[in-house]
Design a protein around this ligand. Structure first.
Ligand code: PEP
Length: 250
């Protein structure tokens, strides 16, 4: 079965609840698509407003983070059951900004991935190398390690619900996009690792996204690559022109 392209936005710490609702209401017609899955991962406080605005549309709403414990003394954290209760079906896990500013390790990412899956929430698990690592020639080992540890304990059935986002740190928010060949090379390595871990049939079903300065001008070339199944998009997901990414093939 062919993998459906996923156009996923990551709003980061942008948009108030009122702005979130207005953005979705104003653009839902332009964001409608029969052949591309659309997802906005939004700040936790925006979730109820965004979910209400997206009701009855093709737009999926996800979270940008969650904690790996069910409940307890973890001030400021969001439990998986809280997302579940709202009807949230996707959550970004291990974005490079969480790794850099909030000290998330591969082990923490793994705990969060397992916990999200336990709650029926699809993790959008991020990985990617820094510019130094690319220059040192360790991109493949680095990304393999991130993905391998992130998926520890995830069985073949569950991994089909995981979305893996390859996001080279040097391309995030910089306006520098990896070339489609660079992006495809790493997404291909990720697919090869999935074949090793789960076999070819399962690996064929897992969506691997590219993220890093994706926009309406480069989406078509990136998404045409055999191992790139869509994009995780930061800055360009905050604008009505996100529609150009959704309609990349028109
Ligand atoms: C991101 O935040 O995941 C991202 C890829 O950002 P941008 O598209 O702005 O580079």
């Amino acid at each position: 079965m062919a993998r459906r392209i996923l156009a996923a936005g990551n709003w980061k710490m942008n948009m108030t609840p009122a702005e979130a609702a207005a953005f979705i209401n104003d653009n839902k017609a332009a964001f409608a698509s029969d052949d591309v899955d659309v997802l906005f991962c939004v700040p936790a406080i925006d979730l109820p407003a965004a979910l209400a605005a997206a009701e009855g549309t093709n737009i999926n709403i996800g979270a940008e983070n969650m904690y790996f414990e069910e409940k307890g003394a973890f001030t400021g954290e969001i439990a998986p059951g809280m997302l579940d209760d709202l009807g949230v079906k996707f959550v970004i896990i291990g974005h490079s900004e969480r790794r850099e500013y909030f000290a998330e390790t591969d082990e923490i990412v793994n705990k969060k991935v397992l916990k999200a899956l336990e709650h029926g929430i699809c993790p959008v698990m991020c990985c990617g190398e820094s510019l130094t690592q690319r220059e040192q020639g360790v991109t493949q080992e680095w990304v393999r390690q991130q993905v391998k540890i992130g998926l520890l304990g995830v069985d073949a059935d569950a991994v089909k619900k995981v979305v893996i986002a390859y996001e080279p740190i040097w391309a995030i928010g910089t306006g520098v996009t990896a070339t489609s060949d660079q992006a495809e090379e790493v997404c291909g390595w990720i697919r090869a690792l999935l074949v090793e871990l789960y076999g070819a049939d399962v690996a064929e079903e897992v969506r691997v996204l590219y993220g890093g300065s994706v926009n309406g001008g480069n989406a078509a070339e990136l998404f045409a690559k055999p191992n790139i199944d869509g994009g995780l998009v930061g800055g360009a997901s905050l604008k009505p022109s996100f529609a150009d990414i959704i309609h990349y093939n028109k």
